[in-house]
Write a protein that binds this ligand. Structure first.
Ligand code: B12
Ligand code: SF4
Length: 558
């Protein structure tokens, strides 16, 4: 069995401006397949190499795989569908497979619009893909695809079928990634000029924020043995010269005890001298761990990105300024005092965004004074609960633009171009101040180097006009506002995905969140009222959401 993994050539100038990032999914799947005896595995990273379709076609013809397996997050879905169409054309007898978050939930639509895809692997990929590879290898997939757990496919009659879900892998340490499948010299983090990796400490999330789909995707929260994760990092450092990593987890600090053990283990092995790292986490966790921040820093943690303002994303209520501001401000101060670079994330662009609320976020950013700030456009993942609640307010279904940098929602008070322009105005003012008055004068040499490195990444993407896709949409500053074109192509002005089909696709998707799922099924007011009450009680938010904490009792279970 020869297997070819493909990462589609999709770009949107957000997080990726910091460098070329390694596709972790390829390493995790390759390791799992190799452990089961499948060694003939190839990988083409069309994203990192900016490969056009014809080049990928040629690579397919050169490699001649039996299985062509591609990934897709929501905005990359059309690119992935097209690559698999090319695979079908170039290698008619190869089996075409799509994995990743978008098709996991949107498989009815995907298999309809891309009938050349033979199977969708739903959710966590390792075991399900192995099930599928074995079935193809044994000739069973062709005769009895329904026997493969965890996939979706079209029957001979054209009916879309999802087989029963495969249980999540309970012991994540069973998965031994094969990082050697990646061409490491390509994955460089610009701020440090070092190789970058994206290992997992935990998968899933015990919470259920309505705009987020990560909890639903992984179904169960599982955390690895911190020592095993450090083994993996040691391997990345020693064998692949990795000098920086981010944890792939949405919220690595949820499990306080294991996160602490992870940091202590890094220190015990002297790794912080060789590798630095960053995380995305929650304001409440930073406040909780105030006393531990210096230890985190000693463990090599140099960059924390905070979902400071998910409250605004939900727009259930205007931000409760007093407390939110105080908590966010304090978390940023604590990080600064511990010598950790802080990044505040603002989510903007819901229907009730106004010039004033955008200005407010800028003023907050200046007041809190994080080292970096990031204004992301609210993106209504079609399989999130909030998408269903927003109903007709979501009008654009060109998923290629669901990328945190394109205004999918149109605010009532302004058009999309004005929203973009005001966001850029915030970026310009914020980073001008940093570039001239703050970064160069930072006393700590290491911190200064890091911040100037980040500035370099920004400058590079600004120069190449890739930042926030500005080149693609034709934005050159306020004077060009009228000419901005987000390119919601006709073909892509698709109709709203059928809510009943999404609901049905979700039906058998059992997650650990049982009672919470029931709660989310109760539409509108209930949910809004609960969320407002929760925000009033404790308004500072998470990685982009969630105010909850893992109780000691719950933590003991993982
Ligand atoms: C690291 C990361 C990045 C890296 C990309 C690294 C890379 N080359 O893949 C960078 C920083 C560049 C990035 C950029 C963006 N990202 Co990003 N990113 C992440 C992050 C934090 C971790 C992803 C990861 O590696 N996870 C670990 C691996 C093991 O999990 P996985 O990828 O899901 O793979 C598993 C399964 O999905 C499945 N699977 C996946 N692919 C396939 C393929 C096959 C064939 C099979 C069988 C199975 C399979 O099996 C894998 C193992 O179980 C996630 C959030 C998160 N916590 O997951 C967001 C996330 C994936 N990003 C997201 C987005 C939107 C973006 C951007 C559009 C934002 C922007 N404008 O900057 C860009 C798009 C970049 C691009 N060109 O594609 C969203 C996607 C949401 C969605 N519904 O699509 C996420 C989920 C964040 C979020 N909270 O919403 N990102
Ligand atoms: S806490 Fe973070 S990862 Fe968990 S559901 Fe909320 S937004 Fe998603």
């Amino acid at each position: 069995m020869r297997i070819l993994f493909l990462h589609p050539n999709y770009h949107s100038g957000g997080a990726e401006i910091a460098g070329n990032w390694p596709p972790a999914w390829v390493a995790y799947l390759t390791g799992y397949l190799k452990a089961a005896g499948y060694h003939d595995i190839h990988f083409v990273d069309a994203m990192t190499h900016h490969l056009d379709d014809e080049t990928v076609r040629q690579r397919m013809l050169d490699i001649r795989p039996d299985i062509v397996a591609c990934t897709a997050i929501t905005p990359a879905i059309y690119k992935a569908e097209e690559l698999l169409r090319i695979a079908r054309e170039a290698l008619p007898s190869a089996t075409t497979v799509l994995g990743g978050i978008h098709a996991t939930f949107m498989y009815p639509q995907v298999l309809q619009e891309a009938p050349w895809i033979d199977a969708v692997v739903r959710g966590e990929g390792e075991q399900v893909f192995l099930n599928l590879v074995q079935a193809i290898d044994q000739g069973r997939f062709a005769t009895d695809p329904g026997s493969v757990r965890g996939i979706a496919y079209r029957s001979a009659e054209g009916q879309v079928i999802a087989t029963p879900a495969e249980p999540p892998i309970a012991d994540l340490d069973r998965i031994q990634p094969d990082w050697g499948i990646l061409e490491w010299d390509k994955y460089i983090y610009i701020p440090l000029g070092k190789r970058v990796a994206i290992p997992n400490l935990a998968r899933g999330c015990p919470f259920t924020c309505s705009f987020c789909s990560q909890w639903k995707f992984w179904r169960d929260y599982r955390i690895r043995d911190p020592k095993k994760v450090v083994d993996e990092i040691e391997d990345l450092v020693t064998n692949h010269q990795v000098g920086f990593f981010i944890l792939a987890d949405e919220e690595p600090t949820i499990h306080r005890k294991k996160f602490i053990a992870f940091c202590e283990e890094l220190i015990a092995r002297g790794l912080p001298e060789k590798v630095q790292w960053g995380i995305n986490t929650r304001v409440t966790d930073i406040l909780r761990d105030e006393a531990l921040l210096p230890m985190f820093r000693r463990a090599g943690l140099v960059h924390v990105s905070l979902g400071t303002e998910a409250a605004a994303q939900l727009k259930l209520e205007r931000f409760n300024k007093e407390t939110t501001i105080e908590q966010n401000k304090k978390a940023i101060r604590l990080l600064r005092e511990a010598g950790i670079v802080s990044e505040a994330q603002f989510i903007v662009g819901l229907e009730n965004e106004t010039a004033e609320t955008l200005e407010e976020t800028y003023q907050m950013a200046r007041d809190w004074n994080p080292d970096m700030a990031n204004w992301a456009m609210y993106t209504p993942w079609p399989f999130s609960d909030l998408f269903q609640e927003l109903g007709d307010k979501v009008e654009v279904f060109d998923f290629e633009k669901y990328n945190f940098v394109t205004p999918i929602m149109k605010p009532d008070a302004m058009d999309r171009a004005e929203l973009l322009d005001r966001v850029m105005h915030n970026y310009r003012r914020f980073f001008m101040n940093k570039a001239f008055l703050q970064y160069p004068w930072t006393r700590d040499r290491q911190r200064r180097g890091y911040l100037l490195g980040c500035l370099k990444a920004f400058a590079k993407s600004g120069f190449q006009r890739t930042f926030y896709d500005l080149g693609k949409v034709g934005y050159w500053g306020p004077q060009s506002k009228k000419k901005v074109d987000f390119g919601f192509a006709d073909r892509r002005e698709r109709t709203r995905p059928d809510p009943a089909a999404i609901e049905a696709a979700d039906e058998q998707w059992v997650t650990m969140h049982g009672p919470k799922i029931e709660m989310r099924r109760k539409k509108g007011e209930d949910l809004a009222a609960a969320a407002i009450a929760a925000m009033q009680a404790e308004p500072a938010m998470a990685c982009g959401g969630g105010h909850e904490q893992l109780s000691a009792e719950e933590a003991a279970r993982y």
